[in-house]
Design a protein. Structure first.
Length: 164
């Protein structure tokens, strides 16, 4: 068992997705170009700064990330803003959906969040061997994410017996 423990990181802000890069041809050479609008790039910068700040507060002053060459379990709960169309004069409309089943994809939030944690909490996001995620609507003013990072122990005999 690892003696590193776990870190709970509370991020305040609006989760922002990190889109996929695409290759274009410039002068006969392939060049990677980040996708997304200028607005999304600004949102992504803001989210990146919020995650890094919260992670540094949770980890404290260290010379190196606490999780180096360690298998990690990552749990993230994203809290996103409800669209204004979900609200009526009497509060939340009965027809408002319980979960945000619209874009952006949760994977794109996770790509941005994991990149922001690299170098602060872990040395490489390739160390993540187990992920649990939830995307939900936030109460007004509670947008952000709760991130729990902990060492992942080897599979137990019970876990192994459940595998196909």
């Amino acid at each position: 068992m690892s003696d590193i423990g776990a870190f709970r990181i509370e991020v305040v802000g609006h989760p922002a997705p990190k889109g996929s890069a695409r290759a274009i041809n410039r002068g006969g050479f392939p060049v990677l170009v980040a996708s997304g609008s200028d607005v999304n790039r600004a949102n992504l910068r803001s989210w990146d700064q919020a995650v890094k700040l919260a992670a540094k507060e949770a980890v404290g002053p260290v010379d190196a990330p606490p999780f180096v060459e360690t298998a990690i379990r990552l749990t993230i709960v994203y809290r996103v803003r409800r669209p204004s169309t979900h609200w009526g004069k009497k509060g939340l409309k009965p027809s408002a959906p319980a979960f945000p089943i619209v874009k952006p994809d949760m994977d794109k939030y996770t790509r941005a969040t994991c990149d922001s944690l690299k170098g602060i909490v872990y040395d490489d996001d390739a160390r993540i061997v187990e992920r649990r995620e939830l995307k939900m609507y936030a109460a007004p003013g509670r947008e952000g994410a709760t991130i729990i990072i902990e060492a992942r122990e080897p599979l137990s005999q019970t876990e192994l017996s459940l595998l196909p």
